[in-house]
Design a protein around this ligand. Structure first.
Ligand code: ADP
Ligand code: MG
Length: 335
């Protein structure tokens, strides 16, 4: 009697166990990493997320790509009917209405300009627009001299009440290329977080943000070697962080041994040459994007002085001589 009862209970227990294993496997079979990668905003956009429903995951990845396209349509200087192009045409003549998103990004740009003593300056494009790196063209000295006075972020006046913007100088031309991709990445991470995704990564060229970790492990984000295509100088284990890299190897040409690339010193209208690459870590990609461009312009010494004053922001710089420089909190990374 006793033995039979015991046997039955073992069978029942085994059945329970079997059921649990089947349940576990049926959800584990659906929970997986899902990825989508597309060319948008002149760069490679990649989004990865962990999800237990393949259809939902695909829908979320589509939403990320749609959001990237929406932001490109609003902020691209290469699209004639973008909001940015409209502002560039109209704002030298007077007040132009702008979207809240545009006003927010202009205001953030201004804050970073203040913070970096003007190293970050969206009016850099008043001269920057005359460079064509693909064709190996740059503005001549006369053109630079003529337009240098138009480079000053304080020429961009924002009126929150009026929800409008105007330029205080007729030759001002703005470009949000140093901050818009970070903004796009933040928007996409917010979209995923709102849909209850807790592990994801979104990257737009040199700007990435990680949500959560990678199944209990950190994400390993590589920092490109600025002079060896496809190679990595450092591997950073990261969770819940934004990371942006600005490099002189992204868009450039060389003439007479001098490298002309897409990060300009607003003081001169010429490419900044104190670094090869700058990587910034922080909580939000909008800020890390703008700061990577800024610190590139400021150079390693002034740049690290600034970063060391900012809570929760770190930097890894490959200086012009190839030397690696780290902000104070990252000194332990030094090999
Ligand atoms: P990318 O990821 O496009 O390489 P970066 O973050 O390195 O971007 O920023 C470079 C871009 O920033 C340039 O292509 C240009 O649009 C813009 N830019 C260049 N110089 C400045 C500057 N001094 N201040 C603000 N934006 C700049
Ligand atoms: Mg940047």
């Amino acid at each position: 009697m006793f033995r039979i009862a015991r046997r039955q209970s073992i069978v029942a227990q085994l059945q329970c166990l079997l059921l649990a294993v089947v349940l576990l496997f049926s959800t584990a079979a659906r929970a997986a990493w899902y990825e989508n990668s597309q060319h948008i905003m002149g760069t490679q956009i990649t989004a990865e997320l962990w999800h237990d429903d393949a259809e939902q995951a695909a829908r979320l990845l589509d939403q990320v790509m749609a959001e990237m396209r929406r932001i490109e349509q609003a902020f691209s200087p290469y699209i004639d009917n973008s909001e940015l192009s409209y502002i560039n045409r109209q704002a030298p003549q007077g007040w132009v209405n702008a979207s809240d998103e545009m006003l927010d990004l202009l205001a953030k740009s201004e804050q970073v300009s203040d913070l970096t003593g003007g190293a970050f300056d969206i009016t850099y494009a008043s001269i920057g627009r005359y460079y064509d790196y693909r064709k190996g063209q740059r503005p001549d000295d006369a053109l630079i001299e003529e337009n240098l006075a138009a480079i000053d972020y304080q020429h961009v006046e924002i009126d929150r009440q009026r929800r409008a913007v105007r330029f205080r100088h007729p030759a001002v031309y703005i470009d949000l290329g140093g901050i818009a991709k970070g903004h796009a990445v933040d928007r996409c991470i917010a979209l995923l977080a709102a849909a209850d995704v807790s592990e994801a990564s979104v990257s737009a060229g040199g700007d990435s943000r990680i949500l959560g970790d990678r199944r209990g492990e950190p994400w390993n984000v590589g920092i490109a070697d600025p002079r060896a295509d496809g190679e990595v100088t450092a591997l950073l284990p990261l969770t819940d962080t934004a990371v942006s890299t600005s490099g002189d190897y992204e868009r450039f040409y060389e003439d007479d041994g001098i490298r002309y690339h897409h990060i300009l010193d607003p003081a001169t209208g010429d490419s900044a040459r104190a670094s090869m690459s700058v990587t910034i870590l922080g909580p939000e990609a909008t800020l890390t994007d703008a700061l990577s461009t800024s610190v590139f312009v400021m150079g390693p010494d002034k740049g690290l002085d600034l970063i060391n004053q900012l809570d929760g922001i770190d930097a890894i710089i490959v200086a012009a001589d190839g030397q690696m420089r780290y902000s104070a909190d990252l000194e332990e990374l030094r090999p």
